[in-house]
Design a protein around this ligand. Sequence first.
Ligand code: NCD
Ligand code: ZN
Length: 336
Amino acid sequence: MQLNAPLDMHLHLRDGEMLENIATASAHTFSGAIIMPNLVPPVTTKEEVLAYKNRILAAIGDEKFTPYMTLFFNPNYTKEFLASVKNEITAVKLYPAGITTNSEGGVSGFDVEELRPALEALSDLNIPLCVHGETNGFVMDREAEFVTIYEKLATAFPKLKIIMEHITTKESVTALDRFENLYATITIHHLLITLDDVAGGMLKPHLFCKPIAKRPEDRDALLNVALKAHPKVMFGSDSAPHPKHAKEACGCAAGVFTAPIALQLLAELFENHHASIDNLQNFISNNAQTIYGVTPLQKTVILEKKPFMVPLDYHGVVPMYAGEKIAYSIKEVTHT
Ligand code: NCD
Ligand code: ZN
């Protein structure tokens, strides 16, 4: 099975030692990725974007990989500032305040008039807005409740490309078709697991993430659009590494680490559901190229149906399915 120019449209690469340890897990098999800005402190200036990009390029060594950089949204961003940074970024990421890892500086209230200057500037400059769509309501309802905010934003800023990040619910899936300017990323873990896998038996901290995995009917709705490669959905792993001690703790950090096994799991998933390789190609790259208008560097990944034993950890980060066998392996990666 061959995939061309895989793209990960939602990735956490972190910084410092963690970045140095895990960057190649994505850079080896993906042509590029949208890099999340939720560092401590978050990425909010042109200088920080450029410096972070350079640290990423240093961390990936000889791998061929494009980090598509993002800024952490702030309602005070001016059009002048956004225009000055436009060439260095691919998107801006909006977090509701305090909703997930390192999001304390995010938005509260979602008052359209308060957000208007910054969001109109993004719209005019044709910079997509990636959104972590959760309210601070009951944990299972947070994303469905946020759909009304997506609708408000999509209506108020009809030319702004809004990407509903890591969607987990049937409500988000149906919103896609109601608004021309709404798009979505979907993770591999939300296509595979439900809340039962996280907390239905013994608690599985390495499957705990934001948004939390939902109900079987939600997963089915996600599978339906991913397997047919609905043109408005793209793969975004939301691979979010945390050290083992931060996950296996009283107070488990949110985030699932899937970067090294994402393509293998997607190959198996599409095969199990009898979905075509063309659909997988569209889901993993072509849809994202169209939505974002990016031309990724050429990389070809050959996968083979040979069991792969997922390592127990990668430099102290425990991946999804650690110590378990998955059906596909990476056979070869080439680039031109
Ligand atoms: C992410 C992280 O750890 O940075 N965690 C997660 O559970 N997905 C942040 C995020 O994307 O919500
Ligand atoms: Zn994320």
